[in-house]
Design a protein around this ligand. Structure first.
Ligand SMILES: [Zn+2]
Length: 303
């Protein structure tokens, strides 16, 4: 089975993760722009981060046979620094139109402050201007209120729910998110609230339509293989393979293909991996390592 992880922060992961993802059948990943564990203090830090998402990280993934896409946005935590946030908003249009950018995100609420809401609304309008889907980060505290409020604001801006992926859902939020017509994403963190056992139960209750599974793996305790592992558990628990394919692959494809930048043909007809390649003169290999060079595409077989 092929998988997509539509929410994973690879800049903080290792090449071992890329190898494990490829071995597990993950064909494509989406890396949402987010914060990095501590607030940035200067606009240049955002610019270099956005540049790495569309530049070196994309290249690094390709060196392991993974197709890397990203979303560009000002996250809600850092939106609270209004002076810096204004500058990030001015910078965003430069990146939103770059190749491989599949949405505006992840945006939304953290503490639900008025400043967060101001920059949330500005970015909703930006998404309309550039005609991109939107990825919503729902708050980890006050989840239900924040999720409902996010949808209310999106609807005030006249954005169709089918253009919006709401992430970090749980049992408390998913019914409303699905009933209102949004894509409903679940982040599977190991050893926590939204583990993959609970995801199986949600699937049994709500089915597969507009449901998406992701890892949100980052620099914290998280599992880059959450999507294939959850798929395996679903299979063991008797969920139909067609439903598993929807939530672990096809729904993410359908949702983000609305960007015009996320095409299955990219990974069904892949360019062979060639680790002799360089990005601005730099390789993923270190002294003396033997480059992996594929002669023929290995992942071009359509099931
Ligand atoms: Zn994230």
């Amino acid at each position: 089975m092929h998988f997509i992880d539509p929410h994973i922060h690879m800049v903080s992961r290792t090449t071992d993760d890329y190898e494990a993802l490829a071995a597990a059948g993950v064909k494509a990943i989406i890396e949402p722009a987010f914060w990095q564990g501590q607030p940035r203090t200067q606009i240049g830090s955002f610019q270099d981060y956005f540049s790495s998402l569309v530049g070196f990280e994309r290249f690094r993934a390709s060196q392991f046979g993974i197709h890397h896409y990203c979303t560009i946005g000002l996250n809600s935590k850092e939106a609270n620094n209004a002076a810096l946030a204004e500058q990030v908003i001015d910078l965003m249009p430069l990146y939103l139109t770059k190749e491989g950018v599949v949405a505006v995100g992840e945006i939304g609420y953290d503490d639900m402050t008025p400043t967060e809401e101001k920059f949330f609304r500005i970015q909703l309008e930006l998404a309309k201007d550039v005609d991109l889907p939107i990825l919503i980060h729902t708050p980890h505290r006050n989840k239900k209120v924040g999720t409902y409020r996010s949808m209310d604001v999106i609807e005030e801006h006249g954005i169709a729910p089918g253009r919006v992926i709401i992430d970090h859902n749980n049992e408390e939020t998913c019914k409303e998110v699905l009933d209102r017509g949004y894509w409903c994403a679940f982040t599977i963190y190991p050893k926590t609230k939204m583990g993959n056992e609970r995801m199986v139960e949600i699937m049994k209750q709500y089915g597969s339509e507009r449901v998406i599974v992701d890892s949100s793996a980052d620099w914290g305790v998280s599992d880059a293989l959450a999507v294939p592992k959850t798929a395996n558990l679903m299979l063991q628990r008797g969920i139909a393979p067609t439903d598993i394919e929807l939530v672990c692959y096809r729904n993410a494809l359908t949702a983000y293909a609305q960007s015009g930048q996320f095409n299955e043909s990219d990974w069904l007809n892949p360019t062979p991996v060639d680790q002799r390649m360089l990005f601005e003169g730099n390789s993923v290999l270190r002294g003396g390592q033997t480059p992996r060079v594929e002669e023929e595409p290995t992942a071009g077989i359509i099931r």
